[in-house]
Design a protein around this ligand. Sequence first.
Ligand code: PXP
Length: 248
Amino acid sequence: MSKGKLRLGVNIDHVATVRNARGSAYPDPVRAAKLAEMAGADGITAHLREDRRHITDADIDGLMAALTTPLNFEMAATTEMQAIALRHKPHAICVVPERREERTTEGGLDVLRDEARLAGFIAPLREAGSRVSIFIGADAGQIRAAHRIGAAVVELHTGAYCDYHAEGDFAARDAELARLTEAAALADSLGLEVHAGHGLTFDTVQPIAALPQVMELNIGHFLIGEAIFIGLAEAIAQMRRLMDDARS
Ligand code: PXP
């Protein structure tokens, strides 16, 4: 049985990527976020990276002021980001691993290796009222560690599943989907809320949306790319329909 409506968080980082490519003031990610809300997004996700390569501090100020849906603030587990999060107190914080040389968030957080520090890192964020999510791979040890450190949510990394699909390696894709299915069930059994995201497209979203424990998907790059062809509102509406169909 599904636990109800699956939420869609729209990640607007790559609107800022396009803006920053020219050093201009447009396209404005806050405007995109408002449009996404009107088109059916249940929340907005933005990743303030250490190198500010897309979203900037001013964008976070703008989003906090303008949004009517919750902001999911993605960040690395650094003291700088912790201070910014404590200043804004966003509805949700997703802690992600970050490496300067990566093009995008490549893997999940290694909670097992950094358990004591991460427990201390998220405690003040929770006390400030933010729901803390940990971005991890489909791994039982990491899920149990996320639970131990006091996270409310785990976001399961769907990047490998999507990559295998794109490469046409359907056996590996299905094996990864089986791991994600087991991981969602385990996290839910521990009382963690389950989210998922990374790399999802119209072609890959439905098997993930169909996992009954998954409560939220965070999707960005594909939607912003598709917006070039069909518009952001229509891309979000189509994604929403696919998610709802998979759920019913
Ligand atoms: N979830 C997390 C934790 C992410 O880091 C990202 C990428 O910023 C996404 C979801 C969205 O991934 P994509 O842009 O590939 O849809």
